[in-house]
Write a protein that binds this ligand. Structure first.
Ligand code: CP3
Length: 367
């Protein structure tokens, strides 16, 4: 079935898209089948992405050129029958706009020339103006919405304050984030001050994305899972709760769902479900059926196929898709996704097999 059915009385008020499965599933309203999109769906595994990145020169220029960011956002939507587009950008646009000197080199990951290490560094930070330094992101959102013409909803996103602060203090990705955690334990007040500034920045940034046209927002808390339970609540979940409380929740009577994804957060699903978010992103280590029993009808769930499954054969991919659908079980409230981003070495045809499997196999869970 092509996803172009018109708005009916029943689904009015949840979206301005012809295909509103994603929005409906995130709000736990009935759907005809489980919607599907994947994290990093516009990325290096796609030859057309690599060609456009080459045209741009580098990744950050690609992000900062709205026409090209729009082009790569649409590439996976045009190749596969996905139920959502996700803004092509990065979580590190905020610290970049704060002047920390971001570079992202292939194979090396992100690096900041001027990490923040002291109270003085933190006091000097300014909250970026979303229509100023970050206007390129809002221009990309406006352009993508126009180019999508309502085919599928557009997801906007930001990093969680804790995840952004981890990169800003460490200056790069890390396994242990030792410098960041030393600040957290030695000087919690300074860490909280940093989190306050980043939280205020994320609120302004996401509200501007919503005003510019994103229809769902997702918070990527990639490094929340590195924290102890006590520290997670104080330094990661509390700032995210503050963001959720401050976001525009409705545009023209249309609800903007919020998805909260803490990688490694499987232990804390009850607390996350109480944060005010509409849906929880699950990584692949979590049993989705058990997760559903734990959160009940409070929130929807998004996930959570192991990204490595996409290296297996199309038949095995289909079996594993079935297992995730089966794990969630009957009824709405599930958005199919990977448990983390798609890996650059995946054969694009294997993602096609995943999408096809979800489209075919999920129907029976909604009858
Ligand atoms: O999902 C999408 O398709 C939207 C685009 C998107 C990107 N980054 C593009 C990207 C999103 C949602 C992100 C979020 C992001 N960025 C996160 C949170 C999600 C996660 O993966 O946990 C994080 C931690 C970052 C920071 C970041 N940006 C890293 C660690 C890297 C290097 C990754 C690598 O594999 O080298 C980036 C760069 C980046 N962001 C790429 C893409 C497509 C690869 C850049 C390239 O083309 O070389």
């Amino acid at each position: 079935m092509k996803s172009t059915e018109p708005l009916t009385d029943e689904n009015q008020g949840v979206s301005q898209s012809n295909n509103d499965r994603l929005l409906r599933a995130l709000l736990r309203q009935p759907v005809d089948r489980t919607p599907v999109w994947v994290m990093r769906q516009a990325g290096r595994y796609l030859p057309e992405y690599r060609a456009t990145r080459k045209q741009a020169g580098d990744f950050l220029t690609l992000c900062k050129t709205p026409e090209l960011a729009c082009k790569v956002t649409l590439q996976p939507v045009e190749r596969f029958e996905l139920d959502a587009a996700i803004l092509f950008s990065d979580i590190l646009t905020i610290p970049d706009a704060m002047g920390l000197g971001l570079t992202i080199n292939e194979g090396e990951g992100p690096r900041f020339a001027r990490p923040v290490r002291s109270r003085r560094d933190i006091d000097a930070l300014k909250i970026p103006d979303p229509e100023g330094e970050l206007r390129y992101v809002m221009d990309a959102v406006r352009l993508i919405r126009a180019e999508l013409g309502g085919r599928v909803p557009l997801i906007g996103f930001a990093g969680s304050p804790w995840t952004l602060a981890s990169y800003m203090v460490e200056g790069q990705g890390s396994r242990e984030f030792t410098i960041t955690k030393t600040m957290l334990y030695n000087d919690s007040g300074t860490m909280e001050r940093l989190l306050e500034i980043v939280t205020a920045s994320v609120i302004d940034y996401l509200n501007a994305q919503i005003t510019a046209g994103v229809q769902v927002v997702m918070l990527f808390d990639t490094w929340g899972g590195l924290l102890s339970t006590r520290a997670y609540d104080r330094f990661s979940l509390t700032p995210m709760r503050r963001i959720i409380d401050s976001l525009i929740r409705n545009i023209d009577d249309t609800r903007i769902p919020i998805v909260l994804f803490t990688k490694g957060g499987g232990q804390w699903l009850e607390q996350i479900a109480d944060s005010g978010c509409d849906a929880i992103g699950l990584d692949w280590t979590v049993d989705i059926g058990a997760a559903r029993r734990r959160v009940g009808d409070r929130v929807a769930l998004q996930g959570n196929l192991d990204p490595a499954v996409l290296h297996a054969s199309p038949d095995r991919i289909r079996d594993e898709v079935k297992a995730v659908l089966d794990g969630f079980g009957h009824g709405t409230g599930h958005v199919f996704n990977l448990g983390h981003g798609i890996q650059p070495s995946v054969n694009p045809e294997h993602l096609g097999a995943l999408v096809q499997a979800v489209r075919e196999l999920s129907v029976s869970y909604h009858e």
